[in-house]
Design a protein around this ligand. Structure first.
Ligand SMILES: [Zn+2]
Length: 305
């Protein structure tokens, strides 16, 4: 196959830039989505100053959240994913919009790393036991909320289980973050989904590919494979059809105005108390750590609204 096949419509000019690519295969019975998220995970590591195991956990969580957010269509759709668990990280929250933006934070950023074996961070131990919640706000009257128990806390398995049990979509999800002392080397993932109409044969085929020792995503990326090439390698279907691609990035839309809405929501009694402090208050955004200062007069103004 020529490399032109991998120049998918919507892809960033430099395929090394973070993006998602989508394809269909096996006669339309399989949807396949892959992502490179190296810059996103590096940015999250920088913002939250995370230790290795937290970088891996949060990086996988941001990457997986973007993968399952790929089907949001409307301008204002958002998806919030939340892990609450009893491991030392405590939990993570991540928000995606329909424009490929993601932001997230861990409850604890500095957790000592343990390993399954040399070089294999034990993310499951750092996350622990708990739940994965997905809230999709698609502009309908009620947001859709699904919650599952964590399977292993290794994140990819947890998303797989969520998709199968909460959204009735049998899927294969793989996620990876690799790093060394200098920072994040590669990050990415893929999601393979069986569409309605998939035959027993299709299911067998995908299961065999998934269980056949397919290499780690980050290994392939380090070897120069783009997300599109990884999908092609995994599916092994000459009829694969790449439908589109789009850039993804870490982006926090916070502003002083949005913050003031949060403060106003504290209620009258709390605002009155805050307005007595001559220094005013300073709030910090969980997602990007930007700080916002509100003087006494500004708090009083919120009281009068
Ligand atoms: Zn922010």
């Amino acid at each position: 196959m020529s490399d032109d096949l991998y120049r998918v419509k919507g892809m960033p000019e430099d395929e090394k830039d973070d993006h998602i690519v989508r394809a269909v295969a096996l006669g339309g019975h399989v949807k396949a989505v892959a992502i490179r998220s190296k810059a996103i995970v590096s940015e999250a590591q920088k913002i939250h100053n995370t230790s290795s195991v937290v970088t891996a956990a949060l990086g996988r969580f941001l990457t997986g959240s973007l993968l399952i957010a790929e089907n949001m269509k409307n301008e204002d759709d958002t998806q919030t994913t939340i892990i609450r668990a009893d491991g030392p990280i405590g939990g993570m929250t991540c928000v995606c919009d329909s424009k490929g933006h993601v932001r997230g934070y861990p409850l604890e950023n500095d957790v000592p790393s343990t390993y399954h074996k040399p070089g294999k961070l034990n993310v499951g131990a750092a996350v622990g036991k708990g739940t994965l919640t997905v809230i999709r706000d698609l502009g309908l009257r009620e947001p859709f909320t699904g919650m599952v128990e964590l399977m292993s806390g290794e994140i990819a398995e947890d998303f797989t289980y969520y998709l199968a049990s909460s959204e009735q979509t049998p899927s294969v999800v793989a996620l990876g973050v690799s790093m060394d002392n200098s920072g994040v080397l590669e990050a990415g993932g893929m999601m393979i989904q069986l569409m309605p109409g998939a035959t027993e044969e299709d299911i067998d085929y995908i299961e065999k590919r998934a269980n056949g020792g397919f290499p780690d995503i980050t290994f392939l990326m380090e070897e120069g494979f783009s997300p599109a090439k990884i999908l092609d390698l995994f599916l092994g279907d000459p009829g694969i059809e790449f439908t589109d691609a789009y850039p993804v990035s870490y982006h926090c839309p916070c502003s002083k105005e949005r913050m003031s809405e949060g403060i106003a929501a504290l209620g009258k009694a709390e605002l009155e108390k805050l307005s007595e402090d001559p220094d005013g208050i300073e709030t910090q955004c969980h997602f990007c750590n930007r700080k916002y200062r509100f003087g006494r007069d500004e708090i009083k103004a919120l009281l009068n609204n």
